[in-house]
Write a protein that binds this ligand. Structure first.
Ligand code: ZN
Length: 133
């Protein structure tokens, strides 16, 4: 894996949270995007080489809605940039990690993504992401 690409934060209101993070980070969100397949609205901030992704559920089927119901707002996942997502998925699977999707999905911010079950990683949801070129 190359680096932490972004940290995902589950929020109740993207609008309210965006205002807070714009003040906190001293910069404007560079992108908002709806990921229909994941039922989320996202806003991205760039801080040096890393990003912050705010996530609001766009429907009750969203994993973000379930997360907030159970645990409240907060850090939802850590995403690592990978060069070859298929190779990393195969490597992690061979090492015994549980992948939440068997084939890469199209995620936010022009990425192919795969999630690793939090039970495999000490309670932290891990996202692998590879930039679509
Ligand atoms: Zn993410």
């Amino acid at each position: 894996m190359e680096k932490i690409e972004h940290i995902g934060i589950a929020v109740k209101s993207l609008k309210d949270a965006t205002a807070i993070y714009e003040t906190l980070l001293g910069c404007a969100s560079y992108k908002t995007e709806e990921v229909i397949s994941e039922h989320v609205l996202t806003a991205f901030f760039k801080i040096g080489d890393s990003k912050i992704e705010l996530l609001e559920a766009s429907s009750r089927q969203s994993a973000i809605a379930t997360f907030i119901e159970k645990r409240g707002e907060g850090i939802h996942h850590i995403a690592f940039a990978v060069d070859n997502i298929l190779e990393e998925m195969a490597r992690l699977k061979a090492e015994g990690f549980t992948l939440l999707n068997e084939v890469p999905k199209i995620g936010a911010d022009n990425k192919m993504v795969c999630f690793v079950h939090p039970k495999s990683a000490n309670g932290v949801l891990i996202e692998l992401c590879q930039e679509i070129k």
